[in-house]
Design a protein around this ligand. Structure first.
Ligand SMILES: C[S@@+](CC[C@H](N)C(=O)[O-])C[C@H]1O[C@@H](n2cnc3c(N)ncnc32)[C@H](O)[C@@H]1O
Length: 241
Protein backbone atom coordinates (compact mmCIF):
# COMPACT_ATOMS: atom_id res chain seq x y z
CA UNK A 1 0.00 0.00 0.00
CA UNK A 2 1.16 3.53 -0.71
CA UNK A 3 2.49 5.61 2.19
CA UNK A 4 -0.43 7.98 2.68
CA UNK A 5 1.55 10.16 5.06
CA UNK A 6 4.15 10.98 2.47
CA UNK A 7 4.02 14.15 0.42
CA UNK A 8 6.09 14.92 -2.64
CA UNK A 9 8.30 17.85 -3.40
CA UNK A 10 9.73 18.09 -6.88
CA UNK A 11 8.77 14.45 -7.35
CA UNK A 12 10.73 13.26 -4.30
CA UNK A 13 8.72 11.60 -1.55
CA UNK A 14 9.36 13.18 1.82
CA UNK A 15 7.60 13.23 5.14
CA UNK A 16 5.78 16.47 5.95
CA UNK A 17 7.44 16.68 9.34
CA UNK A 18 10.87 16.83 7.71
CA UNK A 19 10.20 19.90 5.63
CA UNK A 20 8.61 22.44 7.84
CA UNK A 21 6.63 23.25 10.97
CA UNK A 22 6.04 20.59 13.60
CA UNK A 23 2.58 19.02 13.60
CA UNK A 24 1.45 17.82 17.03
CA UNK A 25 -1.81 16.09 16.14
CA UNK A 26 -2.55 12.50 15.09
CA UNK A 27 -1.78 11.36 11.54
CA UNK A 28 -3.33 7.91 11.85
CA UNK A 29 -6.28 6.46 13.72
CA UNK A 30 -7.99 3.07 13.53
CA UNK A 31 -6.88 0.74 10.74
CA UNK A 32 -8.67 1.65 7.52
CA UNK A 33 -11.18 -0.64 5.84
CA UNK A 34 -10.23 -1.91 2.38
CA UNK A 35 -12.75 0.47 0.74
CA UNK A 36 -11.14 3.47 2.45
CA UNK A 37 -7.63 2.31 1.48
CA UNK A 38 -8.85 2.03 -2.10
CA UNK A 39 -10.12 5.61 -2.00
CA UNK A 40 -6.71 6.76 -0.75
CA UNK A 41 -4.84 4.75 -3.38
CA UNK A 42 -7.08 5.46 -6.36
CA UNK A 43 -9.09 8.66 -5.78
CA UNK A 44 -6.68 10.80 -3.75
CA UNK A 45 -3.97 11.01 -6.45
CA UNK A 46 -6.61 12.41 -8.86
CA UNK A 47 -7.50 15.32 -6.58
CA UNK A 48 -4.45 15.85 -4.41
CA UNK A 49 -3.49 19.52 -4.15
CA UNK A 50 -0.19 20.16 -5.91
CA UNK A 51 1.62 23.25 -4.58
CA UNK A 52 3.83 23.33 -7.70
CA UNK A 53 0.84 24.02 -10.00
CA UNK A 54 -1.39 27.09 -10.15
CA UNK A 55 -4.82 26.77 -8.54
CA UNK A 56 -6.57 27.71 -11.82
CA UNK A 57 -4.70 24.91 -13.53
CA UNK A 58 -5.66 22.39 -10.86
CA UNK A 59 -9.37 23.19 -11.08
CA UNK A 60 -9.28 23.89 -14.85
CA UNK A 61 -11.37 27.01 -14.34
CA UNK A 62 -11.53 30.38 -12.63
CA UNK A 63 -13.83 30.52 -9.60
CA UNK A 64 -14.10 31.77 -6.04
CA UNK A 65 -11.90 29.59 -3.88
CA UNK A 66 -12.08 28.65 -0.21
CA UNK A 67 -9.61 26.93 2.09
CA UNK A 68 -10.59 24.74 5.05
CA UNK A 69 -7.83 24.15 7.58
CA UNK A 70 -8.23 20.88 9.51
CA UNK A 71 -11.39 19.52 7.85
CA UNK A 72 -11.53 16.47 10.17
CA UNK A 73 -14.04 14.02 8.67
CA UNK A 74 -14.79 16.44 5.83
CA UNK A 75 -18.54 16.84 6.50
CA UNK A 76 -18.36 20.63 6.50
CA UNK A 77 -16.13 20.85 3.44
CA UNK A 78 -18.20 18.38 1.41
CA UNK A 79 -21.40 20.16 2.48
CA UNK A 80 -20.05 23.52 1.32
CA UNK A 81 -18.77 22.08 -1.96
CA UNK A 82 -22.14 20.48 -2.69
CA UNK A 83 -24.04 23.67 -1.85
CA UNK A 84 -21.68 25.91 -3.88
CA UNK A 85 -20.86 24.05 -7.11
CA UNK A 86 -19.64 27.26 -8.76
CA UNK A 87 -16.88 27.63 -6.15
CA UNK A 88 -13.74 25.58 -5.55
CA UNK A 89 -12.46 24.25 -2.23
CA UNK A 90 -9.05 23.27 -0.93
CA UNK A 91 -8.97 21.22 2.25
CA UNK A 92 -5.92 20.51 4.40
CA UNK A 93 -5.88 17.68 6.94
CA UNK A 94 -2.93 15.53 8.09
CA UNK A 95 -5.17 12.88 9.79
CA UNK A 96 -5.35 10.21 7.11
CA UNK A 97 -8.57 8.64 8.42
CA UNK A 98 -10.19 12.09 8.01
CA UNK A 99 -8.84 12.33 4.46
CA UNK A 100 -10.37 8.91 3.68
CA UNK A 101 -13.67 10.07 5.17
CA UNK A 102 -13.71 13.19 2.95
CA UNK A 103 -12.86 11.04 -0.08
CA UNK A 104 -15.92 8.92 0.72
CA UNK A 105 -18.14 12.04 0.82
CA UNK A 106 -16.63 13.23 -2.47
CA UNK A 107 -17.18 9.83 -4.06
CA UNK A 108 -20.77 9.45 -2.81
CA UNK A 109 -21.77 12.99 -3.80
CA UNK A 110 -19.70 13.05 -7.01
CA UNK A 111 -18.07 16.36 -6.06
CA UNK A 112 -15.61 17.76 -8.58
CA UNK A 113 -14.72 21.01 -6.84
CA UNK A 114 -12.45 19.87 -4.00
CA UNK A 115 -8.67 19.43 -3.90
CA UNK A 116 -7.08 17.80 -0.86
CA UNK A 117 -3.76 18.49 0.82
CA UNK A 118 -3.27 15.48 3.12
CA UNK A 119 -0.81 17.21 5.40
CA UNK A 120 -0.06 20.32 7.47
CA UNK A 121 -1.66 23.37 5.85
CA UNK A 122 1.39 25.50 6.65
CA UNK A 123 3.36 23.59 4.01
CA UNK A 124 1.16 24.92 1.19
CA UNK A 125 0.38 28.41 2.45
CA UNK A 126 3.24 30.11 0.56
CA UNK A 127 2.09 28.53 -2.71
CA UNK A 128 -1.47 29.82 -2.60
CA UNK A 129 -0.78 33.34 -3.79
CA UNK A 130 -1.92 36.86 -3.01
CA UNK A 131 -5.72 37.38 -2.89
CA UNK A 132 -6.20 33.85 -4.22
CA UNK A 133 -9.00 33.02 -1.77
CA UNK A 134 -12.54 34.28 -1.22
CA UNK A 135 -12.34 32.88 2.29
CA UNK A 136 -10.97 30.41 4.79
CA UNK A 137 -12.44 28.24 7.55
CA UNK A 138 -10.91 26.97 10.76
CA UNK A 139 -13.66 24.95 12.40
CA UNK A 140 -13.26 23.61 15.93
CA UNK A 141 -9.44 23.53 15.92
CA UNK A 142 -7.62 21.45 18.52
CA UNK A 143 -7.82 23.69 21.61
CA UNK A 144 -4.53 22.73 23.29
CA UNK A 145 -5.94 24.21 26.53
CA UNK A 146 -2.74 24.12 28.59
CA UNK A 147 -0.92 27.43 28.56
CA UNK A 148 2.42 25.74 27.93
CA UNK A 149 0.95 24.28 24.73
CA UNK A 150 -0.27 27.61 23.37
CA UNK A 151 2.33 27.54 20.58
CA UNK A 152 0.68 24.36 19.25
CA UNK A 153 -2.63 26.11 18.54
CA UNK A 154 -3.10 26.45 14.80
CA UNK A 155 -4.15 30.09 14.81
CA UNK A 156 -1.01 32.14 15.42
CA UNK A 157 -0.11 35.63 14.23
CA UNK A 158 2.11 34.16 11.51
CA UNK A 159 -0.81 32.13 10.12
CA UNK A 160 -3.09 35.18 10.25
CA UNK A 161 -0.42 37.17 8.39
CA UNK A 162 -0.44 34.54 5.66
CA UNK A 163 -4.23 34.36 5.55
CA UNK A 164 -4.34 38.15 5.24
CA UNK A 165 -2.21 37.88 2.11
CA UNK A 166 -4.21 35.00 0.62
CA UNK A 167 -7.75 36.19 1.39
CA UNK A 168 -8.81 38.94 -0.95
CA UNK A 169 -10.14 42.25 0.43
CA UNK A 170 -13.77 41.74 1.53
CA UNK A 171 -13.21 37.96 1.81
CA UNK A 172 -14.17 35.95 4.89
CA UNK A 173 -12.35 34.19 7.66
CA UNK A 174 -14.63 31.89 9.69
CA UNK A 175 -13.50 30.56 13.06
CA UNK A 176 -15.54 28.28 15.30
CA UNK A 177 -15.07 26.43 18.57
CA UNK A 178 -16.86 24.99 21.58
CA UNK A 179 -13.87 25.20 23.90
CA UNK A 180 -13.63 28.27 26.20
CA UNK A 181 -9.83 28.58 25.92
CA UNK A 182 -9.91 28.19 22.15
CA UNK A 183 -12.77 30.66 21.76
CA UNK A 184 -10.89 33.41 23.60
CA UNK A 185 -7.67 32.58 21.78
CA UNK A 186 -9.27 32.68 18.32
CA UNK A 187 -11.19 35.84 19.05
CA UNK A 188 -8.28 37.64 20.62
CA UNK A 189 -5.83 36.69 17.88
CA UNK A 190 -8.12 37.64 15.01
CA UNK A 191 -9.47 40.88 16.53
CA UNK A 192 -5.88 41.95 17.28
CA UNK A 193 -4.95 41.54 13.63
CA UNK A 194 -5.18 44.80 11.69
CA UNK A 195 -6.25 43.13 8.43
CA UNK A 196 -9.34 41.40 9.82
CA UNK A 197 -12.56 42.91 11.12
CA UNK A 198 -15.05 41.00 13.30
CA UNK A 199 -18.47 41.43 11.70
CA UNK A 200 -20.65 40.53 14.73
CA UNK A 201 -23.24 43.10 15.79
CA UNK A 202 -24.59 41.17 18.77
CA UNK A 203 -24.44 37.83 20.63
CA UNK A 204 -26.80 36.08 18.19
CA UNK A 205 -24.15 36.55 15.51
CA UNK A 206 -21.70 34.27 17.31
CA UNK A 207 -24.06 32.02 19.27
CA UNK A 208 -25.94 30.65 16.26
CA UNK A 209 -24.45 28.66 13.43
CA UNK A 210 -24.75 30.69 10.24
CA UNK A 211 -27.39 28.86 8.19
CA UNK A 212 -25.10 28.48 5.18
CA UNK A 213 -22.44 26.63 7.19
CA UNK A 214 -22.85 22.84 7.42
CA UNK A 215 -22.49 21.07 10.75
CA UNK A 216 -19.11 19.61 11.63
CA UNK A 217 -18.36 16.37 13.50
CA UNK A 218 -16.86 18.24 16.46
CA UNK A 219 -19.78 20.65 16.54
CA UNK A 220 -22.14 17.69 16.89
CA UNK A 221 -19.94 16.21 19.63
CA UNK A 222 -20.15 19.53 21.48
CA UNK A 223 -23.96 19.59 21.08
CA UNK A 224 -24.23 16.08 22.53
CA UNK A 225 -22.06 17.09 25.49
CA UNK A 226 -24.15 20.29 25.91
CA UNK A 227 -21.13 22.50 25.25
CA UNK A 228 -21.96 25.79 23.62
CA UNK A 229 -20.37 26.46 20.24
CA UNK A 230 -19.49 29.88 18.85
CA UNK A 231 -18.92 31.06 15.28
CA UNK A 232 -16.72 34.09 14.71
CA UNK A 233 -17.01 35.68 11.27
CA UNK A 234 -14.26 38.03 10.18
CA UNK A 235 -13.87 40.06 7.04
CA UNK A 236 -10.57 40.81 5.31
CA UNK A 237 -10.32 44.60 5.47
CA UNK A 238 -10.20 46.51 2.18
CA UNK A 239 -7.23 48.69 2.98
CA UNK A 240 -3.87 47.06 3.57
CA UNK A 241 -2.79 48.05 7.06
C1 LIG B 1 -10.62 19.08 16.65
S1 LIG B 1 -10.45 18.59 14.99
C2 LIG B 1 -11.83 19.38 14.16
C3 LIG B 1 -12.15 18.76 12.85
C4 LIG B 1 -13.28 19.41 12.06
N1 LIG B 1 -12.92 20.77 11.65
C5 LIG B 1 -14.58 19.40 12.81
O1 LIG B 1 -15.02 20.48 13.25
O2 LIG B 1 -15.17 18.32 12.96
C6 LIG B 1 -9.07 19.61 14.44
C7 LIG B 1 -8.45 19.09 13.16
O3 LIG B 1 -7.44 19.99 12.73
C8 LIG B 1 -6.41 19.24 12.14
N2 LIG B 1 -5.18 20.04 12.14
C9 LIG B 1 -4.42 20.37 13.21
N3 LIG B 1 -3.33 21.07 12.82
C10 LIG B 1 -3.41 21.18 11.46
C11 LIG B 1 -2.57 21.76 10.49
N4 LIG B 1 -1.42 22.36 10.83
N5 LIG B 1 -2.94 21.68 9.19
C12 LIG B 1 -4.09 21.07 8.83
N6 LIG B 1 -4.94 20.50 9.73
C13 LIG B 1 -4.59 20.54 11.03
C14 LIG B 1 -6.32 18.00 13.01
O4 LIG B 1 -5.68 16.92 12.37
C15 LIG B 1 -7.79 17.73 13.32
O5 LIG B 1 -8.36 16.82 12.41
Amino acid sequence: MADHNAVTKNGVIIDGAQMGPRFYGRRKGRPLRASMKRLLDEDLPQIVFDPARTIDDQFSRKADRYLEIGFGGGEHLAGLAAAMPDCDFIGAEPFINGVASLLRHIHEQQLGNIRIWPDDVRLIMPSLGTASLAGAFIMFPDPWPKKRHAARRILQTALLDQLAVMIRPGGRLVLASDDPTAKSWLLQAATAHADFMWTARGPQDWRQRPTELPETRYMKKADRAKRRSSWFLFQRCDAVA
